[in-house]
Design a protein around this ligand. Sequence first.
Ligand SMILES: Nc1ncnc2c1ncn2[C@@H]1O[C@H](COP(=O)(O)OP(=O)(O)O)[C@@H](O)[C@H]1O
Ligand SMILES: [Mg+2]
Length: 167
Amino acid sequence: MPAEAVLRLGSKGAEQTRAIGRRLGRSLRGGDVVLLVGDLGSGKTTFTQGIARGAGFGGRVASPTFVLVRVYRAPVWTLYHIDFYRVAEDQTRDIGIEDYVGDPNGICVVEWPAAGKGYLPNARLEVRFSYGRAENERALSIKAFGPRAEGLMRRLAPAARRGRDPS
Ligand SMILES: Nc1ncnc2c1ncn2[C@@H]1O[C@H](COP(=O)(O)OP(=O)(O)O)[C@@H](O)[C@H]1O
Ligand SMILES: [Mg+2]
């Protein structure tokens, strides 16, 4: 799959968005970076709830908007859920982003990643969320940068076509 390839998935409700996230979460490992782009309420945190579940974290996952980072320790990986909403570019370093991205056992999921771009690696998976026509519809457009992310994206595609989540 070439780097420009985009995988488009539709979601008809929050549970479906969580299910896609869960599928991704099961494939993630330390060092992976996932950027979540989209307007407020488009589903970034909901998707991260699925990622956390898939990565083995069983507890509650809440928005990190006001705390900037929430840390979830799963049995194997540590999930850093970061939110740079309204964070200025020169503040991202104070938040400790280098430590999160540099943790070999850490999975980084970043909402509103623009302010962190100076510290985020090129190799990454990007998921863009947009609103659909109906109230609970969302479109996810997934782009891979680098071979590792391409593999993650490929693993999302066929399961999505089967139309149901095996878990
Ligand atoms: N298909 C869908 N995918 C994700 N969230 C949805 C969907 N349909 C409705 N929702 C609702 O939209 C809201 C998304 O909020 P959230 O995930 O916090 O967005 P963000 O983090 O992008 O601001 C939640 O209240 C969720 O229940
Ligand atoms: Mg959010």
